[in-house]
Design a protein around this ligand. Structure first.
Ligand code: FAD
Length: 325
């Protein structure tokens, strides 16, 4: 029970997982990104059928159990958590599917290797490094290589940190790096796409949703088509800015990280955060929080406040939600 509301919680455990099936997804067939030349360029959108047995709400995660072997040889592998990228009703709105946004972990000639030279075979996206020692992430490669009809072992759902406020007039500031976009996609589907988020002649959501997304290359942008649609269809309610760190620079010539992009709107964002109806959601790379301090430290000081204290107070008021990994 979270804030008086009962939510689905660990209906399936590592010892008794749910066996779902991978299904075709015509919204976003498999790979979302394009080859950038980096070994780990691929991020995939994958959809599982759970037959209505794994209900979840926007902002929760599920676990996936790969057959393994895991780092220490365990079979099956230990569970890995993934933020759910679909809204509660699922991508096809029949409440029987769950989608994930998964980055394929591939490390070439790094500290760890589970493929010796000559052993790495082309993955589903065609990437292979036969001339190198390679570490392929156990679960992310299992998921990224899946095809419709394959079985998948699911645990959960779990997570109460990233749930949306009940108030339809809340403002939602979303900060996502890479696959941190997953919960934000779930929110946006509910707020701007699904029948579940519609009311007579409009949407139930009456606030402002502002998405900042950070990626290394424009070829790594995730769900850009959906975001552009929301922006076009709900210009007064959906704002969308992205930072492409290896391609864009700010006016001072600095690399464009998510906090660099936010700094361009620091006054407006600071103002918005003073409103008790405003919630901040942050998801993705560890270290994002320090970017927030970099962005809002100076402006908070100007207003006679301390950013760390301000953020702490927002957290206490359940208006500042962080899930980084
Ligand atoms: P692993 O096989 O676990 O490898 C991970 C790292 O371990 C590699 O960098 C490797 O070099 C290193 N390693 C290998 N062997 C050793 C060793 N012997 N000792 C030490 N280190 C070693 N990911 C997503 O893509 N999308 C999401 O939406 C998402 N959501 C998440 C939500 C939460 C709440 C959390 C906690 C994590 C989330 N993740 C998400 C991350 C995900 O859970 C996995 O960690 C990720 O997919 C990598 O798992 P893997 O099995 O592929 O890699």
């Amino acid at each position: 029970v979270v804030h008086g509301k009962e939510i689905p919680w660990n209906l399936f455990t590592p010892k008794a997982p749910y066996q779902g099936k991978v299904i075709e997804n015509d919204v976003h067939p498999q790979t979302l990104t394009e080859d950038t030349g980096d070994a780990n360029w691929e991020t995939t959108h994958v959809t599982f059928d759970h037959g209505g047995n794994v209900p979840y709400i926007e902002g929760q995660s599920i676990g996936v159990i790969a057959p393994g072997p895991d780092k220490k040889g365990e079979k099956p592998a230990r569970i890995r958590l993934y933020s759910i990228a679909s809204s509660a009703v699922g991508d096809n709105q029949n409440s029987k599917t769950v989608s994930l946004c998964v980055k394929r972990v591939v490390e070439v000639d790094g500290t760890h290797a589970n493929r010796e030279v000559g052993e790495d075979k082309p993955d589903k996206a065609g990437t292979a490094f036969p001339d190198n020692k390679v570490y392929r992430g156990v679960c992310s490669n299992h998921i990224c290589d899946m095809s419709p009809g394959d079985d998948v072992m699911i645990t959960g759902p779990t997570g109460a940190e990233m749930l949306l406020p009940e108030d339809p007039e809340a403002n939602i500031i979303m900060l996502a790096t890479g696959t941190g976009i997953a919960p934000m996609r779930a929110y946006c589907r509910l707020l701007f796409h699904d029948d579940a988020g519609a009311s007579d002649g409009g949407r139930k959501f009456k606030g402002l949703a502002w998405l900042f997304m950070g990626v290394p290359y424009s070829k790594s942008l995730l769900y850009d088509d959906e975001h552009q649609d929301y922006k076009k269809n709900y210009p007064s309610q959906f704002k969308y800015d992205y930072a492409v760190s290896r391609e864009q620079k700010n006016a001072a010539g600095q690399k464009m990280y998510i906090q660099t992009k936010m700094a361009e709107y620091a006054d407006e964002l600071w103002e918005l955060m003073q409103d008790e109806k405003t919630h901040v959601y942050m998801c993705g790379l560890k270290g994002m929080e320090s970017g927030m301090a970099e962005c809002f430290g100076p402006i908070a000081e100007k207003a006679g406040k301390d950013w760390a204290e301000f953020a702490k107070a927002m957290k206490k008021a359940d208006r500042y939600h962080v899930e980084v990994y």
